[in-house]
Design a protein. Structure first.
Length: 582
């Protein structure tokens, strides 16, 4: 409760009023008591002097004591006070309440002594006779300058105490009422005063929970109004700032998540504080945050680059073959002042493979061109050396030269075709194609070769096979290539099965043979250009037929694959989508 400004305003205010009212009450009670006592004192002195004058004849007469007692009782009844008449020696001559004969000598009473010595005596004390506090006022009874005795008037202080109690009760009631009113007033004033602060608090909590742009309306023109105005400006600017930061962060997150390169940020201790999806995928990192880099990446080359970068505060880089990702990477470490290191991982595997492929391609092309060119050159030199005059030899050489030229022409044509397909420059003329009909045409076209090798061709064509949008000439090229390979690598008496089937949203052609099969080491490479396996792909040919077939099928949005077991045959399959690829 005391943490609330409202109560911290109310409680001190109430305490201040209570203390003030208490002090005022004590003062009023004391003042009232003093005033009442002064009034009572004056009244008793007045009545005492009247009593002194009335008792003078009794002192002067012979039977004075008896008369003075009667006088005391009579005056006591009239003024409703205790009247005592005392001789100079302290003997009680008359008393309105008691029998003078039974009363002790009053000479030692302070009011009597003072009255005899100073002309007036006063005393307030507890009366054993009456059993209550009394005020006594005494004056001398004088005649011709001689003091004959003392007249004393006394009253109990009950009346005074009653008045004081009434005043005190009034003060207490007034204080209680005032306290209640003050509490209500202070609470109300404090609540009104702190209402803007509560609004500010509520708005601040909403901002804390993420509801930015809070605005409060306070029409006051005081300090609270200025505070509200400053809060509204702060809220608006905070919203703009957070939105800007959020946009920048979203853009940065989008960039990081869509980067092909891996990005990892570490602190000065080498622990990962951030890793994008590419890095997590590259190194198979799960929950990378707060892990040491070496534990997540598990490549000592990267750890050395990180340590060197932290030590020198300079950019470092290294190219290495990662044992974790099995890829060839380039790691770049950039120091971030007082924060750690930013590591960028570039996957150079494709580039390295491309360079290797380029070298192999150049080597393969050189080899493919070198062999026929060397033969042509040798035959031309032989003709120059005189074989041209031998018509039979010259004719044979010219035929062989023509064959080698045709081979070179085919090689150039296939290279050109493969290049056009790979670069997307070969346009497909799509039309509705029935693969069953195409199988019939291709098998009929190659039937002479089948008959020469004494092979059996079985066709298992699916009934009601749906058509597919395809370029008939290019799919025919694929089918001719696959069937020709099956014929070439199947020994006499073997069997070739050509089947078609529909599978969901695609149609598939399977060409299975009982030939030599493909070695398991060669199987992953059969669709690479210029690749010729020692067993499955030996013999004549450019080594680009299957590569062209693969690119043609993939250009249609389809898929080509092979299953083979060495010595038991191979099955080449390709699928075309029933809807044109977008």
């Amino acid at each position: 409760m005391f943490r609330s400004i409202q109560w911290r305003i109310t409680i001190p205010f109430v305490l201040l009023v209570l203390v003030s009212m208490g002090i005022l009450g004590v003062y009023l009670a004391s003042s009232t008591r003093s005033s009442q006592l002064d009034s009572l004192r004056s009244q008793l002195e007045y009545e005492a002097r009247i009593t002194a004058e009335a008792s003078l004849p009794g002192f002067l007469s012979q039977d004075g004591p008896e008369n003075l007692n009667i006088l005391a009782k009579k005056l006591g009844e009239e003024i409703d006070a205790r009247v005592t008449i005392i001789a100079r020696d302290g003997t009680v001559l008359g008393d309105s309440e008691e029998d003078p004969a039974t009363m002790e000598n009053h000479a030692i009473r302070p009011e009597i002594r003072d009255a005899l010595s100073t002309g007036r005596g006063e005393s307030t004390r507890y009366s054993i006779t009456l059993g209550q506090r009394m005020m006594y006022v005494a004056v001398p009874v004088s005649y011709a300058g001689e003091i004959l005795g003392v007249a004393r008037i006394s009253l109990p202080l009950t009346a005074v105490e009653s008045v004081v109690q009434r005043v005190t009760a009034s003060i207490i009631i007034a204080t209680a009422v005032a306290t209640v009113l003050v509490i209500l007033a202070a609470w109300l004033i404090a609540r009104i005063t702190t209402r803007p602060i509560r609004k500010l608090t509520a708005a601040s909590r909403r901002i804390t929970s993420g509801e930015l742009g809070q605005k409060i309306t306070i029409e006051a023109r005081d300090e609270v109004g200025e505070l509200a105005h400053a809060f509204n400006e702060m809220s608006a600017r905070l919203k703009e700032m957070v939105e800007t930061i959020s946009e920048d962060r979203a853009r940065l997150a989008t960039i990081l998540d869509n980067m092909a390169d891996g990005v990892i940020m570490t602190d000065t201790e080498g622990n990962i504080s951030l890793a994008n999806q590419a890095a997590a995928k590259l190194f198979n990192i799960k929950e990378p945050e707060n892990k040491p880099l070496i534990e997540a990446v598990r490549d000592h080359e990267v750890d050395e680059v990180l340590k060197l970068c932290l030590k020198t505060a300079e950019m470092q880089s290294v190219q290495y073959e990662s044992g974790t990702s099995k890829r060839y990477l380039r790691a770049i470490a950039v120091p971030i002042a007082h924060s750690g290191v930013l590591l960028l991982f570039q996957d150079l595997t494709s580039l390295r493979n491309l360079q290797t492929t380029r070298r192999e391609l150049i080597g393969n092309i050189s080899h493919e061109f070198r062999t026929p060119l060397a033969g042509i050159k040798a035959m031309v030199e032989t003709l120059h050396d005189g074989a041209v005059d031998d018509k039979k030899a010259a004719g044979d050489f010219l035929n062989r030269i023509d064959s080698e030229v045709d081979r070179l022409t085919q090689l150039v044509a296939e290279l050109t075709e493969l290049s056009r397909i790979e670069t997307g420059k070969a346009e497909l003329k799509l039309e509705s194609l029935n693969l069953n009909n195409l199988v019939e045409e291709v098998t009929a076209q190659l039937s002479p070769q089948v008959e020469r090798k004494k092979l059996i061709v079985v066709k298992e064509l699916a009934a009601d096979l749906p058509s597919a949008p395809a370029d008939e000439a290019r799919v025919r090229q694929v089918m001719l290539n696959l069937l020709h390979n099956a014929i070439k690598f199947t020994d006499a008496g073997g069997k070739i099965t050509v089947s078609t089937r529909g599978e969901g949203d695609s149609v598939t052609v399977d060409i299975a043979d009982t030939g030599r099969g493909i070695a398991s080491d060669d199987l992953p490479h059969v669709f690479e250009r210029f690749y010729k396996g020692d067993k499955a792909r030996t013999g004549e040919g450019t080594g680009m037929g299957l590569a062209i077939a693969k690119h043609i099928i993939e250009a249609h949005g389809g898929d080509i694959r092979v299953e083979s077991e060495e010595g038991r045959g191979s099955t080449f399959s390709f699928s075309l989508p029933r809807q044109a690829a977008s």
